[in-house]
Write a protein that binds this ligand. Structure first.
Ligand code: ASP
Length: 481
């Protein structure tokens, strides 16, 4: 019998995980799944992250040193950032177009939208924010009773604890001045940054600085450092090959855990959760699917040409399934690097520089989702966003996606900033919270696919692209090779 390819085994693990969660929750075994199976999913994510942080460090140093001279580095760096910005803008525009066409927030009954609107006006009043679109239910005498009812309810409503504590951190960050993000980019202690997966931008800064400095010291001194970095990187990549052999089981455990936590002992709950937010979820999902199956293939066809439609998915399948199950582009990075390098044929000089940066700053799925969420929540509260406000969304969502750490739910947390930028209530993220994990899984696939697309473009433009499509994608993860 022909051996099953690894990505198929992972998909089987994924499906079995979902089936297990559904069966176990209907039999009332959810706590067994959460206590005894889900931890293996956490172990998988930990193993991947364990490799991701040192890999980012070593691979960027290696990439910069590999490029050789500062002027090619500048050219490639410029091209990379430009390409990342272009795909991000494309994604955010697609998100805005979709949400304005589908109008998911208006597909709820009128009466709840009026209550939502009243609640928004009450919040805006308490925050001293001017309501710009001229509607005011608070001043209409016929709505007096309703306003009172909503106000009473507001007082008993508490925002989910996790959300409110995150809100506080973002609020305190906001108070620290406009140049705070720039200050945050420069670490005071690299060992501190290395111990926190959320500080990837600082690690990138350090690695670029270290790599560039390496180019300016005598060759006799830099050579042993480069050899050490190169060898260490190989060790990390080998570690990933070993971990990936057990990925099908780990993915089973991850999915079983995620769904069981959502469902508890009542599977009907998952369906209920999605029903209320179905139009919103569908809009995000359609946007993400369009990015993966239409936008990226089109970009590749126009700019890279040589990869056939199926070839790209065959090469990237493992990275995409890993992204889906882990919800983290940082954890997926080692897998993405192997897929892009070995299966797509992008030169190591490009992958080791472009991909670690991309995993942190290029999040097309996240930006598309953020644009949709903000407009959806506005529609849901009967608020008409002006063109100016929608342009503000483009800008802040772009920045927020760059600032989002490549970990689960990072996009949701950064939404607080985007909502605030157009005068909407940041606590509304609680509304979409129930379906966020599943959408997070989907947007992470787009984030990773976007990085692979950009690496191919850069590699092609630098003449460092050697795709032949004949290789078995599993070879890249064979621990014996
Ligand atoms: N989970 C996403 C990622 O790691 C970020 C997000 O929450 O959108 O790429």
């Amino acid at each position: 019998m022909k051996k099953l390819p690894l990505y198929l085994k992972i998909i089987i693990g994924l499906v079995l995980g979902i089936v297990w969660a559904l069966v176990s929750s209907s039999l009332g075994w959810s706590s067994f799944t959460i206590n005894w199976i889900a931890p293996f999913g956490t172990i998988f994510i930990n193993l991947l992250k364990l490799i991701a942080v040192p890999l980012v460090l070593f691979s960027i140093i290696n990439g910069v040193a590999g490029i050789g001279d500062p002027s090619s580095l500048g050219r490639m760096g410029g091209k990379t950032l430009l390409a990342y910005l272009a795909t991000t803008l494309l994604a955010v525009t697609l998100g805005l177009v979709l949400v304005n066409i589908v109008k998911p927030g208006e597909r709820v009954d009128e009466s709840s939208r009026i209550d939502n609107r009243i609640s928004y006006e009450l919040w805006a009043k308490s925050e001293g924010i001017a309501v710009k679109d001229g509607i005011s239910f608070l001043s209409k005498p016929e709505y007096k009773d309703r306003v009172q009812a909503v106000a009473a309810l507001e007082q008993t409503k508490t925002v989910d604890e996790a959300v409110s504590s995150r809100l506080k951190t973002v609020e305190s960050n906001k108070k620290s001045g406009p140049l705070k993000p720039l200050v945050d980019l420069v670490p005071a202690n690299i060992f501190k940054s290395l111990s926190d997966n959320g500080l990837m931008l600082q690690i990138i800064f350090f690695a670029l600085f270290f790599g560039i400095s390496l180019l300016f010291i005598p060759k006799a001194k830099s050579d042993p450092v480069i050899k050490f970095v190169d060898g260490t990187m190989e060790v990390f990549l080998k570690m990933i090959d070993i971990v990936m052999q057990a990925a099908p089981f780990f993915v089973f455990a991850l999915l079983a855990g995620v769904i069981s936590k959502m469902a508890g002992d009542d599977i009907g709950k998952v369906i209920e959760i999605f029903k209320g937010l179905s139009w919103y979820s569908i809009t995000v999902f359609v946007g993400l699917v369009l990015m993966i199956f239409v936008v990226y293939p089109l970009i590749l066809k126009l700019l890279v040409r040589v990869i056939p439609y199926n070839g790209f998915f065959k090469a990237m399948g493992l990275a995409q399934t890993t992204a889906f199950s882990t919800s983290s582009s940082a954890a997926t990075l080692p897998v993405t690097m192997e897929c892009v390098e070995e299966n797509l044929g992008v030169d190591k000089k490009i992958t080791s520089f472009v991909l670690p940066i991309g995993a942190t700053v290029n999040m097309d799925g996240t930006v598309l989702y953020q644009a949709i969420v903000v407009v959806f929540l506005a529609q849901f509260h009967m608020i008409d966003l002006t063109l100016g406000q929608q342009l503000t969304i483009v800008l802040t969502a772009t920045l927020a996606s760059i600032g989002s750490a490549a970990v689960p739910s990072a996009g949701l947390v950064m939404l607080i900033v985007v909502l605030g930028s157009v005068g909407l209530n940041p606590a509304w993220i609680a509304i979409i919270f129930p379906v966020d994990r599943i959408l997070d899984m989907c947007r992470t696939v787009v984030n990773v696919t976007g990085d692979a697309t950009v690496s191919s473009i850069i590699a092609k433009s630098e003449g460092m692209f050697n795709y032949d499509g004949k290789k078995d994608p599993d070879e890249a993860f064979d621990p014996e090779k």
